[in-house]
Design a protein around this ligand. Structure first.
Ligand SMILES: Nc1ncnc2c1ncn2[C@@H]1O[C@H](COP(=O)(O)OP(=O)(O)OP(=O)(O)O)[C@@H](O)[C@H]1O
Length: 252
């Protein structure tokens, strides 16, 4: 598979002088087209910061991030925001949705900024996605009238509206009970199987065990990596055990 994102010796620091702290301390990695990757590691090890660096959400201090052949350091803020909107989807622990809009309008909101598209086409796409993720019929509900799992599905629809090349997820199952979490992972697995790369930050070994490559971070560096065969619905417990074993081995 072709390389999609290349990170070379990424340094990201916060603070000044004596207070300066390298949150990412020379991280190099590659994400290939269609890959399913998880990032694990202790709290504060730099997982979310890495995701923000790779997605061009945050500028880095040193090193390089190349997305689809494009050096992000050379892109303007507008170009970065276009790139994120058209090529990337984002899913967070709690989908940030507006209370005064119903589910459908929340899903289509970011796409409505693209004036080249007609509302009717955008709505049609949103309805198709809602059907695909199992929340057809909830279009007119308020965001307070659906379950956490349903809201996350709506967040995933929103992330898929522009058919991104990659979905970045920061603890996408973190606010869900274990059944909903499994269902959301099932869905992300299907989206990945259709060719969209997925990169998830997680503390949950069950989540990581469903991916095919797990990066373990410690102190702003990638301390280790675990590769797994593509998950096909069996042996999840064994996979979880492999993840836990690796974490014990490297002490994270
Ligand atoms: N904007 C910021 N300003 C200052 N420090 C920051 C900023 N963003 C992150 N940090 C610091 O960088 C470190 C890494 O943060 P990051 O959120 O990447 O960790 P994480 O591994 O994702 O942690 P968690 O699992 O708790 O979400 C933390 O010490 C955090 O306080």
């Amino acid at each position: 598979m072709k390389r999609m994102i290349i990170g070379e010796h990424i340094v990201k620091s916060f603070g000044e002088g004596d207070e300066k702290h390298h949150v990412l301390d020379g991280v190099s990695l590659e994400i290939r087209e269609g890959e399913f990757v998880a990032v694990m590691g202790p709290s504060g090890s730099g997982k979310s910061t890495l995701m923000f660096a790779l997605s061009g959400t945050d500028r880095i201090n040193e090193g390089k991030v190349v997305f689809e052949g494009r050096n992000l350091a050379e892109a303007s803020e507008n170009e970065l925001s276009d790139l994120r909107r058209t090529q990337m989807g984002f899913v967070f622990q709690q989908p940030t949705m507006l209370k005064n809009l119903n589910i459908l309008d929340n899903i289509i909101l970011p796409s409505m900024r693209d004036h080249r598209k007609k509302r009717v086409e955008i709505v049609e796409k949103a309805r198709a996605l809602m059907k695909r993720v199992g929340i057809a019929g909830l279009e007119q509900r308020d965001i307070t009238q659906v379950s956490g799992g349903q809201l996350q599905r709506a967040g995933i629809c929103r992330a898929l509206m522009n058919s991104p090349r990659v979905i970045f997820g920061d603890e996408p199952t973190g606010a869900l009970n274990s059944i909903s979490a499994q269902e959301i992972m099932e869905l992300l697995g299907e989206i990945n199987a259709d060719g969209t790369a997925v990169m998830l930050v997680t503390h949950d070994a069950m989540v990581a065990a469903r991916t095919e490559r797990i990066l373990f971070m410690r102190d702003g560096k990638i301390a280790s990596e675990l590769k797994l065969p593509r998950y096909r619905g069996a042996d999840l417990d064994e996979r979880i055990e492999k993840v836990n074993e690796k974490m014990r081995e490297i002490g994270v």
